[in-house]
Design a protein around this ligand. Structure first.
Ligand code: PBG
Length: 319
């Protein structure tokens, strides 16, 4: 039926009808909150390239997790900043059952047991070279690291290193050690992106040599993401992730159209920094742009969104 009988504007006339016919909604359970843990006490350090975002010592991190929980957020994605003297090229500290990550996981699960804890599994914060893997026996270290996190109580481990075959290996090690219910969220399609800069400042993990182009995906490719995802699902990934977010919405969409597992997307540090910087200058309206960027992920097919705006978003959604 043609105009004037069909008028698309009828369904846009008021806020009520717009909400009633909205195809997507944002919920607190859509978000994973990335958290940065540091050694010390009563420490809350603002990250200069990520205004309004902080690194916390464990005591204050627990307060932060409680706050997130009370806002309705149900999952955190934990990263640690490792002391320089503990870094080497074997990732020894990554396997320390009493390391910062392991203590962090245990403390969160004791303080807020219902919070779903995901832990980053990669060696960049532990490596003197700032790379995600090590040259020798990488899989073994990743597997042992995942087991150590599971033992500390992690609900799900999140390998972000992009080394081939590590999902299968980690799954096998978790099964062997009796952690059959510990999940794996794989950073399946993680691009060699320039949007990670602020994050590397956070953890002091800028590569000491070279770049990550031999293991992270080529920014020019999208079909290749399908083979990465397929392999990770075959190897036992429960959730697959696309990263970064906004510049890769097309990738999110094709993965959604081709697979039936939950898909996570990571709105990375550089995306956060861009929005913050433009808002600070008065060039963009902060709250509206935040919500627009997040609904775009839902539209493109994301089940879960890792975002530094998680707390802002739930506050805004509550109105
Ligand atoms: C590395 C890792 C990175 C991020 C998460 N895990 C950076 C990198 O690959 O160098 C980036 C997250 C962000 O920029 O917010 N294991």
């Amino acid at each position: 039926m043609a105009f004037p009988y069909q008028r698309n504007r009828r369904l846009r006339a008021t806020e009520a009808i717009r909400d009633l016919v909205a195809e997507h909604h944002l919920l607190p359970t859509d978000f994973m909150v990335p958290l940065f843990l540091i050694e010390g006490e009563r420490k809350k350090e603002e990250i200069s390239s990520m205004p309004g975002y902080y690194r916390f010592s464990l005591d204050l991190l627990i307060e932060e997790v409680k706050d997130c929980y009370s806002l309705g957020l149900r999952s955190v994605l934990l990263f640690v900043k490792v002391a320089e003297e503990l870094k080497d090229n074997e990732g020894a500290e990554a396997l320390n059952d009493d390391g910062l990550m392991q203590r962090g996981i245990r403390a969160i699960k004791i303080a807020v047991p219902e919070m779903y804890v995901m832990s980053d599994v990669a060696l960049d914060p532990y490596s003197s070279f700032g790379h995600d893997g090590i040259v020798v026996e990488n899989e073994i270290v990743m597997g042992d690291m995942a087991v150590s996190h599971a033992r500390a109580g992690a609900d799900m481990v999140a390998p972000s290193d992009m080394m081939d075959g590590r999902i299968g290996y980690i799954r096998e090690r978790l099964e062997d050690e009796g952690f059959k219910n510990t999940g794996i969220m794989s950073y399946s399609a993680k691009y060699a992106s320039s949007f990670y800069g602020p994050f590397r400042d956070v953890l002091d993990s800028t590569p000491g040599f070279g770049d990550k182009k031999t293991y992270q995906m080529n920014i020019a490719n999208s079909q290749e993401a399908l083979s990465e995802v397929e392999r990770d699902i075959e190897e036992g990934a429960d959730i697959v992730m696309i990263k970064p977010g906004m510049p890769y919405l097309d990738v999110l969409r094709i993965v959604k159209d081709n697979f039936n597992v939950p898909i996570a997307v990571y709105q990375v540090s550089g995306e956060y920094a861009m929005i913050k910087a433009a808002a600070e200058k008065g060039w963009l309206p902060h709250d509206e742009v935040v919500l627009e960027s997040l609904i775009a992920f839902k539209r493109a097919g994301a089940t879960l969104i890792a975002t530094y705006f998680a707390k802002d978003a739930v506050r805004l959604l509550k109105g």
